[in-house]
Ligand binder design. Structure first.
Ligand code: C2E
Ligand code: CA
Ligand code: CA
Length: 748
């Protein structure tokens, strides 16, 4: 927030303040000692306060930060205040005895000025956002106006009829007083209750103060126009001008500071209560002193009490609505409107305690398959729309007694009350079919496949346990990879437990350096010269010994540990490769999951920088499923290319390779999967891949070459590089360093 300039750092504002002090001092001194100078001078002093106040009104209008409503408001205020220069000018002439009609003329102009100043305040919109709140604001205003009206009447206007005679001039005078007083109170209240975002809140308070002082002060001073030693207006006008000037200055200062009026949703305002207290005080005063207006005072007191009670009832209703909303939000998922995890847990707990011995129920956990791909490739908006759609289909296919919940992400749950076994299965089949039916989501036909895990519940079960069992069953279903459902069986525990044990151990392995990188040389064909090596991770397990990736990569993928593991391998491999003599490249396997991470290129860049390995000596091996991933993946692939890193399509031929993929995905190399390296059988695929690679200008690597015959065949088919047991097995970093030092060709 920019700095707020000090309120006083303005010449005009300093002048208003100084002149207010002069006016007050002059008034008080003359009140005590009698006139210091001819009466017109006092009125000239008032003009002196009003003029700099006008300057400040102008400042708000020319301030570039002022919103149009703010400018319009202060333009009207400026006009109104200008009229008071006229009012005061007429008073100067009247006091100088120029003409008899000048005084009434000044009163008329005074009232006109009041109307002009009132006008824009009436137009101030209220900040209330709904009808109930608006009614509350009106009730508050009614309470205040009734109390103010009574007070002005009692203390000011009623004196006009003290002798019991009612004449037209008296009624007019009383109406003027009442009007001015009420207006001041109404406006002050309105300003406090109103809220306009473009107006500085502190400024509005000053406007309210100005209205109150001006309105009420004018009313009282009209009643006693000729105080013995001075006119009350000599105080009222300077104070009102000062308050208006402060409002203007505050508006400018707060606009500069970027502070806007911010209305907290106000449950109540103190003002109506103050009004009631004031009227109650009058009731007491009346009873003690026995002044007139008894019926009127009691009547207003009763009315006010009624208004405040109604107001209170409305507030209670608002509170109830608010509480209901808070309760709903705390127990429901805002995106889909389904129950949330908390409410679902409550319902399951209720089912556990309520259901009879032969009244079964079922807890089902549901996870969408491949939802992440939808999110990544089509964006979060489509992802959200799909979730809403899934929620609707689920809700449409359960009975009213069942609870459908969204637990978070793409995880849903259903509580089937009083149903188990085949009944539940039938409903799940129906839901799965409904999800698979294509639906237009965000203008795209989409289907959702889901995995379901079912746990049977009985009276006395632990609710948390039931959810966990359904979760285990769901992972079991997901593990099969084709949607569908699994019912929880105790044997599943051991497999699931094994998986989480391994995940924990693997986490330790990463942080405690139990991992190692092995390297398998990549050679050129036909001469078998080492041109690079592929980094392959190993786990030096404290109990089970050296483990290959087959033993733990799947767990790493499922748990997300593949991300830190991959970073570890990347850093170790680049660090090692930077020490190799000559220019051999190092290939690092990167999983789909890693490539979906935001900022993956930055991780690679950091590894290159820290190791000192030039980018062109690093090849990132990706599988075809990654290449079609889209979303953040595409961006990351481009980011890697921008770094100068080479990309290789691994296990080529096993995935979704298509010509269009090769044309659109920016790779440098393809690695023919070892299942297509001919072993006595047909070489048609190996041949076709080589020709295709040539057409696209890509380098070719034959993987899994185990014999001299295969090496010769791949050479003949045009493969430029090879990797396999025939040349070398994956070996430790130290062994590879020895080989590179010897710099001899591997058996070709
Ligand atoms: P891959 O990327 O296809 O790696 C080549 C695998 O083939 C290696 O198995 C290697 O030992 C094996 N291989 C090499 N030559 C021959 C041969 O002539 N005959 C046979 N039968 N096999 C051969 P490894 O080291 O067990 O790696 C298995 C897979 O684990 C790798 O397949 C790769 O997908 C994954 N992997 C290894 N290290 C990492 C890593 O750091 N990150 C990621 N994300 N995945 C890795
Ligand atoms: Ca590989
Ligand atoms: Ca491979």
């Amino acid at each position: 927030m920019p700095d707020r300039p000090p309120l006083f750092a303005d010449r005009a504002f300093q002048a208003v303040t100084a002149l207010l002090i002069v006016n007050v001092a002059a008034f008080l001194v003359q009140e005590g000692t009698g006139p210091l100078w001819p009466a017109p001078v006092n009125w000239l002093l008032v003009i002196a306060v009003i003029v700099p106040a006008l300057v400040l009104c102008r400042r708000v209008q020319t301030d570039p930060g002022s919103a149009p409503v703010v400018r319009r408001y202060w333009r009207t205020v400026e006009v109104g205040i200008s009229l008071f220069v006229g009012v005061t000018g007429l008073r100067v002439l009247a006091e100088a005895g120029v003409a008899g009609w000048l005084l009434p003329a000044s009163v008329v102009l005074h009232i006109l000025g009041g109307v002009v100043l009132t006008w824009p305040l009436i137009g101030l919109p209220f900040s209330a956002r709904d009808r109930t709140r608006m009614v509350g604001v009106w009730l508050d205003l009614g309470t205040l106006s009734a109390a103010a009206g009574l007070l002005v009447w009692h203390f000011a206007a009623s004196a006009l009829f003290a002798d019991g005679r009612v004449t037209v001039p008296r009624v007019l005078a009383a109406a003027t007083i009442m009007g001015a007083g009420l207006n001041g109170v109404y406006l002050a209240a309105k300003v406090v209750l109103a809220g306009v975002d473009s107006f500085a809140r502190r400024g509005l308070y000053w406007i309210g103060a100005s209205a109150l002082i001006g309105g009420l002060g004018s009313a009282i001073s009209f009643l006693h126009p000729h105080q013995p030693d001075g006119n009350l207006l000599l105080l009222v006008l300077p104070f009102a001008a000062f308050a208006a000037a402060t409002g203007a200055r505050t508006q400018v200062v707060d606009t500069a500071a970027g502070a806007r009026s911010r209305r907290a949703p106000r449950g109540y305002s103190l003002m109506p209560y103050l009004a009631v207290a004031a009227v109650d005080a009058l009731v007491l005063l009346h009873n003690v002193r026995g002044t007139g207006d008894g019926l009127l005072i009691d009547g207003v007191a009763v009315t006010l009490t009624a208004l405040v009670v109604v107001r209170q009832l409305i507030a209670f209703r608002q509170n109830d609505a608010l509480l209901a909303r808070i309760g709903y939000e705390a127990s429901h998922d805002m995106l889909t409107g389904l129950a949330n995890r908390a409410l679902f847990g409550e319902r399951v707990t209720a089912a556990v305690t309520r259901s009879g011995p032969d009244e079964p129920f079922s807890v089902v956990l549901i996870d969408l398959d491949d939802f992440k791909t939808v999110n990544d490739t089509l964006g979060h908006a489509t992802g959200d729309a799909l979730l809403v759609h899934v929620a609707e289909r689920m809700r449409a296919n359960v009975r009213p007694v069942d609870t459908v919940a969204r637990l978070g992400g793409d995880e849903f749950a259903i509580l089937f009350e009083g149903a188990a076994g085949k009944d539940v299965e039938r409903m799940l089949v129906r839901i799965a079919a409904a999800l698979l039916e294509p639906a237009l989501v965000d203008g795209r036909p989409l289907t959702a496949r889901a995995s379901f895990g079912v746990a049977d519940g009985h009276r006395g079960d632990d609710a948390g346990d039931l959810l966990r069992r359904a979760d285990i069953a769901m992972y079991e279903a997901k593990g099969r990879g084709e949607g569908g459902y699994e019912r929880y069986r105790p044997e599943m525990e051991t497999r699931g437990a094994e998986r989480s044990r391994q995940a924990a151990a693997l986490r330790t392995a990463i942080t405690e350096d139990q991992l190692a990188v092995y390297f398998q040389p990549v050679v050129t064909l036909p001469d078998g010269r080492i041109t690079g090596a592929e980094a392959l991770v190993r786990w030096q397990h404290p109990v089970e010994g050296l483990l290959g990736p087959g033993a733990f990569i799947d767990t790493a993928e499922e748990t997300g540990l593949i991300v830190p593991l991959g970073v570890w391998v990347l850093r170790a491999a680049t660090r090692e490769a930077a020490t190799w003599p000559g220019e051999p490249t190092v290939s690092v396997n990167v999983s789909a999951r890693q490539l979906r991470e935001d900022g993956f290129p930055a991780v690679v860049a950091a590894a290159l920088r820290d190791s000192g390995l030039p980018a062109h000596r690093l090849t990132v091996e990706i599988t075809e499923s990654v290449a079609v991933g889209g979303g953040a993946t595409t961006e990351n692939l481009q980011g890697l290319r921008d770094l100068g890193v080479r990309l290789s399509l691994d296990d080529f031929g096993t995935g979704a390779s298509t010509l269009s993929l090769l044309a659109s995905c920016p790779v440098d190399q393809i690695k023919l999967d070892r299942s297509f390296v001919p072993d006595g059988g047909s070489d048609a695929i190996a041949d076709a891949v080589a020709q295709m690679a040539r057409a696209f200008g890509l380098q070719t690597v034959a993987e899994g070459v185990e014999t001299a015959e295969q090496a010769a065949l791949m050479t003949r088919l045009g493969y430029e590089r090879a990797q396999g047991f025939h040349f070398a097995r994956p070996m430790s970093a130290a062994d590879l360093r020895g080989r590179l030092g010897a710099a001899t060709a591997l058996s070709s």
